[in-house]
Design a protein around this ligand. Structure first.
Ligand SMILES: NC(=O)c1ccc[n+]([C@@H]2O[C@H](COP(=O)([O-])OP(=O)(O)OC[C@H]3O[C@@H](n4cnc5c(N)ncnc54)[C@H](OP(=O)(O)O)[C@@H]3O)[C@@H](O)[C@H]2O)c1
Length: 347
């Protein structure tokens, strides 16, 4: 006889508390929602930032987490694209709807159909968990903030220059792949040990972000390639990264460039004139940009994974221990990763 299913959850009971494992009721889906039995959950910086700084969440106790991958166990009314038994990944909504049933760090999570993607049998659950947050952030950045047209999936490595600062990060690897698919020639910054890997994802040039001449090098490479850089995505937005992005755009594409940041402008230095600067927010893919989110999750990602024009990235590092290991994963991510996505496996 198989054991009765239970919903083991890593709960944060009050602001800044450590996660505690408890049993919660298995949630029921509402209209347009599905319940997923999670087989893999990925960690994101916002998880430890919420815990460390007491930001974003205003209702406790709750369940944090945005990235899940598993099997659909129940569908709510009006769900048309998924059925029980489907392998899916999705962008869990707790960071914007504050509902703990929509948090990732538990056995069963509610996903909205609009933020759910089909995962083919050829992809493992841990690989499937790498996509949602990174691509929601990047799609909002590219299409809602930079105003670029959605890609037609024709690869053309000789298009105009696009800068992705921090190419080895989760968000940066999504940025490289999407920009490459859109026909841009992708210039990225990263630790040089990631060079071959990032080129395999679609970067044309990889420059060490710690090199004091990083900006001049990027401008020179774009000039030599005949592809001035007019668009930039700062996947890091820390220290001098955004200022360096602006300097690169101004030195390469001249005035009129557009830069999108992954966090608030990170320095006391004023924003330079001549570059249009905006900021992405992943949650918009399920809120005001829900048509974009639906296109991304329901259509573009499954199609591109099938065609192998989008791959899981960066390299997965599994954190052992199931739901009880959620705090370990957050602590490890806060301590810093290098070119890896931390994923907890649940089966
Ligand atoms: N606005 C939103 O909605 C949203 C959504 C998701 C994420 N974010 C934010 O975006 C940032 C990135 O998130 P993530 O999940 O992609 O992070 P991540 O994968 O944990 O980033 C770690 C990677 O960044 C690289 N890195 C660190 N500092 C760098 C720098 N100054 N220049 C270039 N690369 C650097 C590291 O490379 P090394 O190998 O060199 O150490 C490491 O590979 C975080 O601040 C996160 O909170 C925002």
């Amino acid at each position: 006889m198989s054991a009765k299913p239970e919903n083991l959850a890593a709960v944060i009971e009050e602001p800044k508390a450590r996660l505690k494992t408890i049993v919660r009721p298995i949630p029921s889906p509402g209209e347009g929602e599905i319940v997923v039995h999670n087989h893999a959950i990925a960690a994101n910086p916002v998880d430890w930032k919420i815990q460390d700084f007491g930001i974003i969440i205003n209702k406790y106790p709750t369940v944090l987490g945005s990235d899940v991958c598993g099997i659909v166990t129940e569908i709510g009314p009006e769900v048309t694209k998924f059925k029980v038994g489907d392998r899916v990944a999705g962008f869990a909504g707790v960071i914007y709807n504050k509902d703990p049933d929509h948090g990732a760090w538990q056995t069963y999570t509610i996903l909205r159909e609009v933020a759910t993607m089909r995962v083919p049998g050829s992809l493992s659950f841990v690989d499937g968990a790498t996509f949602p947050m990174a691509f929601a952030t990047t799609a909002v950045a590219f299409f809602a903030k930079l105003g670029l047209p959605r890609p037609d999936n024709v690869l053309n490595p000789y298009g105009p220059g696009f800068l992705v600062w921090g190419g080895s990060s989760s968000v940066g690897t999504a940025g490289i792949q999407l920009a490459r698919n859109m026909g841009f020639r992708v210039f990225t910054t990263a630790n040089p040990k990631h060079r071959d890997y990032l080129m395999s994802l679609g970067a044309s040039e990889v420059v060490d972000y710690r090199d004091p001449h990083v900006v001049v090098t990027l401008i020179g490479l774009a000039s030599a390639a005949g592809t001035p850089i007019q668009y930039g995505f700062d996947a890091i937005t820390e220290g001098n990264s955004s200022l360096n992005c602006c300097k690169t755009l101004l030195g390469s594409g001249k005035k009129g460039g557009k830069l999108v940041l992954s966090n608030d402008w990170p320095t006391d230095d004023p924003k330079p004139e001549g570059i249009e600067i905006s900021q992405t927010m992943a949650a918009l893919a399920a809120l005001s940009e829900v048509k974009l989110g639906t296109w991304l999750f329901n259509d573009y990602l499954p199609m591109s994974i099938e065609r192998k024009t989008i791959r899981p990235a960066p390299m997965v590092e599994i954190v052992d221990g199931g739901i009880e290991a959620a705090q370990k994963a957050l602590d490890k991510l806060q301590a810093g990763v290098s070119g890896t996505k931390l994923v907890v496996k649940l089966d």
